[in-house]
Design a protein around this ligand. Structure first.
Ligand code: CTP
Length: 212
């Protein structure tokens, strides 16, 4: 099994020292990479900036921005059997990134943002029938409905829904609780449990043949 995983946040720089980002720690993505390597899978881990060590046996590709994450994933995608997008990719980036540090002034500053590439949606649109694509849905309300919408809109086989409004289970937590939804309408729930346990459960679930 060859597996491609994205993890962590992305950073979208306004200037060399400032960026837009989010509080993703990378723990969930790294736990999945670790669990996959333990199963003997080949793992390509494309990661935004995090303070975690790459799990043993995993090939790490370190990136910063959404665009870099996409460019790292694109050539790896055709060679994977499973693509699991765990990264909390920034949806917007500053339209202009200054080459030098922006100096302060007395005036208010208006930032113009433009959308970043949706890595998961772009690659899932190229999915072959023999590939399995899994997304995550980080939601703060109406979690499973929004997740199911993403499952369809992004052409996924599975989506892992998690409620990031709960600090003890959210983006930077050690534990998680998930609902795993399949294209064919299956639903399994797991947790709260430590992220390594959740990771093993997710892999076990998605490795099963998809029911028709
Ligand atoms: N994703 C991605 N590229 C993006 C945005 C999201 O690959 N530019 C992936 C994430 O890795 C995750 C899934 O899409 O697997 C859903 O991400 P999420 O942040 O929950 O949703 P968005 O698509 O960004 O939509 P919204 O922010 O409106 O909920």
């Amino acid at each position: 099994m060859r597996c491609l995983i994205t993890a962590g946040p992305t950073r979208e720089h306004l200037d060399p020292v400032r960026f837009l980002s989010n509080g993703s720690s990378g723990k969930m993505g790294y736990a999945i990479a670790d669990a996959a390597a333990s199963l003997g899978w080949t793992v390509e881990l494309v990661s935004g900036p995090v303070s975690l060590r790459a799990p043993a046996g995993v090939r790490l590709h370190s990136v910063v921005s959404a665009q870099e994450m996409f460019e790292a994933c694109e050539p790896l995608f055709p060679n994977c059997d499973v693509f699991i997008a765990v990264a909390a990719v920034a949806d917007f980036r500053p339209r202009v990134s200054a080459g030098q540090k922006v100096k302060k002034s007395e005036q208010s500053l208006v930032l113009e943002l433009e959308p970043t590439v949706d890595i998961l949606k772009t690659l899932a649109a190229r999915k072959r029938p023999d590939q399995v694509v899994v997304g995550f849905a980080a939601e703060t309300q109406d979690v499973e409905n929004y997740a199911r919408r993403k499952l369809t809109e992004k052409n996924l086989d599975w989506i892992v829904a998690n409620d990031v409004s709960r600090p003890e289970l959210g983006m930077n937590a050690d534990d998680n609780a998930v609902a795993i939804l399949s294209r064919s309408g299956n639903r399994v729930v797991f947790g709260p449990a430590p992220k390594p346990e959740v990771a093993r459960f997710i892999l076990h679930t998605i490795a099963l043949p998809l029911p028709v």
